[in-house]
Every structure is written in structure tokens, then in C-alpha cells.
Design a binder for this molecule. Structure first.
Ligand SMILES: Nc1ncnc2c1ncn2[C@@H]1O[C@H](COP(=O)(O)OP(=O)(O)O)[C@@H](O)[C@H]1O
Ligand SMILES: [Mg+2]
Length: 113
């Protein structure tokens, strides 16, 4: 099963292109590392695949869903249920315990334990 598919994906910030025609296929079971110098666009790529940013053009399919037709709310729901991202800065919520931070997505999905 194809988990992530990018075809000729372009992304700019303020008119400066960060990603220029990226192609990538990630299949189920793949472990993929993206290596590049600081500022080369690794985090931007992760944000696109994590549906946190929109591509300027190109095709981006995540878990069989075409990112172009996903509403923000559908993208949020997919992130909550199917995608996990650990950012460079952990972005933990300081007044919650470690367990509460980890289980917050379950709470948002109405799992109580
Ligand atoms: N939100 C943003 N607004 C403007 N420029 C950005 C933004 N995010 C990233 N950039 C720029 O895009 C380029 C790639 O950044 P990034 O994807 O963070 O690279 P990496 O993760 O490989 O270090 C850098 O030049 C960075 O300054
Ligand atoms: Mg980065």
C-alpha cells in the first residue's frame, strides 16, 4: 500500500521556492530518512506530508487522500487519527504530565480510560 505519494510538488514562502518539483513514494513498511543541509526544506516537506501546509502545485496523496480536495477539517481529522509527527522542538504542553501529553489525542478522540 502506498502511504505517501508526491508528484512534482512545489512549495514557496513569500515567492521563494523551497521545494521544486519533489517526487517521492513511501510504501507501507518503508523507513525513510530525508537528509539535507539546514534550510534545504526537510521540515517543509514534513509539514506538507503532515497536511500542516498546502503545496503550491503538484500532486500530494496521503493515505489515499488527495490533499487538494481535503478541507482543513478533514486534514485535522486525518492528523488526529492517522498521522504522528514529532517536531524538532517537542511542543509539549507544560502544565500536563508526560502521560497526559501522550494521551491527549486519545482524549480528543473521546477515548477515556
Ligand atoms: N513559515 C515560513 N515562512 C517563510 N519562510 C520559511 C517558512 N518556513 C520555512 N521557511 C524557509 O524555507 C526554507 C526551508 O526551511 P525548512 O523546511 O525549515 O528547512 P530544513 O528543515 O531543511 O532546515 C528556509 O529558507 C526557511 O527559512
Ligand atoms: Mg527542519
Amino acid at each position: 500500500m502506498v502511504l505517501v505519494l508526491l508528484k512534482d510538488v512545489w512549495k514557496s514562502y513569500n515567492g521563494n521556492y523551497v521545494l521544486r518539483g519533489i517526487n517521492l513514494v513511501v510504501n507501507e513498511g518503508d523507513v525513510v530518512g530525508i537528509v539535507g543541509r539546514s534550510g534545504s526544506g526537510k521540515t517543509t516537506l514534513v509539514k506538507l506530508v503532515g497536511l500542516l501546509e498546502r503545496a503550491d502545485r503538484g500532486e500530494l496523496v496521503v493515505l489515499g487522500r488527495d490533499s487538494k480536495v481535503l478541507t482543513d477539517s478533514e486534514a485535522s481529522s486525518l492528523r488526529l487519527k492517522e498521522l504522528g509527527i514529532i517536531p524538532q522542538t517537542f511542543n509539549l504542553i507544560p502544565h500536563l504530565t508526560a502521560l497526559e501529553n501522550i494521551t491527549l489525542p486519545l482524549y480528543l478522540r473521546r477515548y477515556y480510560f
